[in-house]
Design a protein around this ligand. Sequence first.
Ligand code: ZN
Length: 262
Amino acid sequence: MPRKNRNNKNQGQSPNKTHQRQESNRAELHSRPEFTVYIDEDERAQIEKWVELKDNIETGGDLFGLWVNSYTAVVQFVLGPGQNCNRTRVSFYQDIEYLREAGNYLTQQHGLCNIGQWHSHHRLSLTRPSGGDENTVWGNMPNLGLNRYIVFIATINGCGRNTKVRINPYLFEINQRGAQLPVASGTLKVLERQTSPFRCNKVIADFIKNGRENVNVETTKETPKRKKKDYISKREIFLKPKFQKIELIITPNDMANTFYKP
Ligand SMILES: [Zn+2]
């Protein structure tokens, strides 16, 4: 369960009023549309590649793109781990300097928003955000003025040629009354045979490699360039603030609750 919002506006209200609000939140949940994320096939492959490189330890990065509406997002560029990231089997700390520099470049020069992040739970059998992950995300969102944030959790199954990376999207949302809604699992819709025009842009690729771990890990070789105007229209560009601190920790409780028990 998500922790209670520190700024819970229900405090000090009569039991009747609080009950009405709870009923209202429940009704809102039932009418909540399905959460969907679109991603180019090559961007998904890029995440898979990074995940496979760290088979038994966490890795991660950040998601850049835009919101089509409240429950539909498009990931247009995936950032990998910076070279100064820190990781263990159950935690991942992004290289904040790398995220800051690459993120500023992508948002200010190319109009993308930092709409979420991804990280791997490798073979931990935990396909959703851990309790520590949820606390970290919920704790950061109000300070950054975010009411919506995406977390991709990647897991690995199988070995060798049968290795399969799964990516599960989750939505963290704070409603207009300031209440944290239950973390919603979503659907990842892959745009088959599509390559991000941002990934094809050599100037962007070179900038992003500077400070990145595994500089030579690219899934994209020779791919047709798409016109940038297909993606950047004359819409007003809103630069959302980025997560300055990312700590993703799995607690013993998460492990106890998720491992398969015959
Ligand atoms: Zn996690």
